[in-house]
Design a protein around this ligand. Structure first.
Ligand code: ADP
Length: 504
């Protein structure tokens, strides 16, 4: 079974480990320092007592000397006092041995003292008590040996005190080093734990960030590998659930969109025939003017006009629905820009003349052919010119221009009509959007023309845009790719400016 503790458990474990390690290091360190201190004090006391004991032994030896050699010549040596002093010396030795313990140096010194004192007692004390006088040199030598040994024991005890002090200092220093090493070890252990914790979170979090970016970029198939601490794993699972639900919603949305497109396509298609029939009959009636009275004629005209608008709207809707369904076919071929622009200019001119507007068609010299379906691009140009014609006031100037921009041909329709505000420009290519201004509302329209223009230009691999200064007019421009195997336009002077507006 794979254990996967939660983040909080991992943090808790890390803190407990840190506390245990710090506690252990502190406990051992402080215990050891305490022990060093106690040992030091014990040793100091012990060696001080050994020093005191050496003084006692020296005093006992002086008493032995006094018992063996009385202060005045008429006094006799006192064997009982000598024995008493010798016993006191032996007791002192026993006590000193206890205190010295396993200190070899002091044991040697004590043994030397005992040996020299025994030598003195055998060769000097005992003969004196028996009334024999030892040789003067012998007594002086042996007495000096005992005194020197006692002094040596006292010196040894003092040296041992110094040694104990140095040892305590050394041990304290070493213990401090050990404690520092232990603390550093604890910190390193906890850092390893924390880094492990962070590492265990980093990879799954990184996967989540990448996944979120891919999802935000529109790849709804994105899923992340679930892993890491429980909380991060839960986040990963939630992310995958969210991606599932988004994908489900997107599928459902696509399905509904598809149904809607199919519906619009079918309805538009079905409406086209009856509307064409109605328009045809209405037009037929208007042609029979003589057999109609004025009201009937007017009604027939209204029916024909309305049927025409309806037919245009149905055609626009059909185009958009086909474009959405990917069924809008364009047949691109190398197309002469000049011929196209002039043809559309010619077709549109009557509308401009009707409103006493001036239309100029200007095509740059030597333009290469564009890769385009001439009917569809003609439709785009007609839509843009129709708008310029509709929304600009009578007497306005409109210009259709074509020029080369890099590897593309740019078409631009410019008018000096009312123009559009910045926030209106944001919506101008949206379906069914129409400006709320009085100028727009007073003119008929469906809000579909620019949406169709956009989708047709994009189908050609081009791009369309609009800019405008309100009150000063608007320019709609789009670019198309130059035909790869197209021809250059023949070298002849273009009729750059064509006066199309006719002042009546
Ligand atoms: P329609 O002309 O049928 O309303 P369009 O899609 O062609 O639909 O245009 C959308 C809207 O953009 C128009 O209703 C109008 O408000 C605005 N518009 C388009 N062309 C111009 C223009 N040349 N000058 C000012 N406004 C325009």
């Amino acid at each position: 079974m794979r254990v996967n503790p939660s983040l909080t458990s991992r943090l808790r474990i890390a803190f407990v480990v840190l506390l245990l390690l710090l506690g252990a290091v502190s406990f051992l360190g402080v215990g050891r320092l305490f022990q060093i201190r106690v040992n030091y004090e014990d040793d100091l006391t012990r060696y001080f007592q050994v020093e005191v004991q050496s003084e006692r032994l020296r005093s006992a030896f002086i008493l032995e000397q006094a018992a063996a050699r009385p202060a005045t010549p008429h006094q006799k040596p006192n064997p009982a006092a000598l024995n008493q002093a010798a016993k006191s010396f032996s007791d002192g030795v026993a006590r000193a041995q206890d205190l010295i313990g396993d200190n070899a140096d002091l044991t040697n010194r004590l043994n030397r003292l005992v040996a020299s004192e025994t030598g003195w007692r055998t060769s000097v004390g005992a003969p004196l008590v028996r009334g024999e006088v030892p040789g003067p040199g012998v007594e002086r030598r042996l007495t000096a040996a005992v005194t020197a040994s006692a002094e040596s024991l006292a010196t040894g005890a003092r040296d041992s005190q110094d040694d104990a002090r140095s040892k305590a200092r050394r041990d304290t220093r070493n213990t401090m080093y050990l404690v520092i090493v232990g603390l550093l070890g604890a910190v390193v252990a906890v850092m390893i734990l924390f880094f492990g914790l962070i590492n265990s979170m980093r990879a799954p979090l990184e996967r989540l960030v990448q996944g979120a970016r891919r999802l935000a970029g529109g790849n709804l198939k994105t899923r992340v590998e679930v892993g890491g601490p429980v909380e991060i794993a839960a986040l990963g699972t939630a992310f995958n659930d969210m991606a599932d639900s988004l994908e489900r919603d997107a599928r459902e949305r696509d399905r509904v969109e598809q149904m809607k497109d199919d519906f619009v396509l079918t309805v538009s298609h079905e409406l086209r025939t009856p509307v064409t029939v109605v328009k045809g009959f209405a037009e037929m009636l208007t042609e029979q003017r003589r057999s109609l009275n004025a009201r009937q004629y007017e009604a027939a005209e209204v029916i024909a006009e309305s049927a025409g608008q309806l037919q245009k709207m149905i055609n626009d809707l059909l185009d958009l629905a086909r474009s959405d369904a990917g069924k809008l076919r364009i047949e691109s071929r190398p197309t002469s820009v000049r011929s196209l622009a002039q043809r559309i200019g010619r077709q549109m001119r009557p509308h401009f003349e009707e409103r006493e507007q001036r239309l100029t068609v200007s095509v740059e010299k030597n333009l290469p052919e564009v890769e385009a379906d001439p009917d569809r691009i003609g439709q785009v140009l007609a839509n843009l010119l129709t708008n310029a014609n509709k929304y600009s006031p009578e007497g306005a100037s409109v210009r259709l221009a074509a020029s080369r921009v890099g590897d593309e041909i740019e078409f631009a329709v410019t008018d000096d009509g009312p123009g559009l505000g910045a926030d209106e420009l944001d919506h101008v290519f949206e379906r069914f959007w129409r400006a709320e201004s009085g100028e727009t509302q007073s003119v008929g329209g469906t809000g579909l023309g620019l949406a169709i223009a956009k989708s047709l230009v994009e189908l050609h691999g081009g791009a369309i845009s609009a800019n405008s200064t309100p009150g000063e007019g608007a320019t709609f421009r789009f670019v198309l790719p130059i035909a790869k195997d197209g021809r250059r336009a023949p070298q002849r002077t273009a009729r750059r400016t064509k006066k199309a507006g006719v002042a009546r």
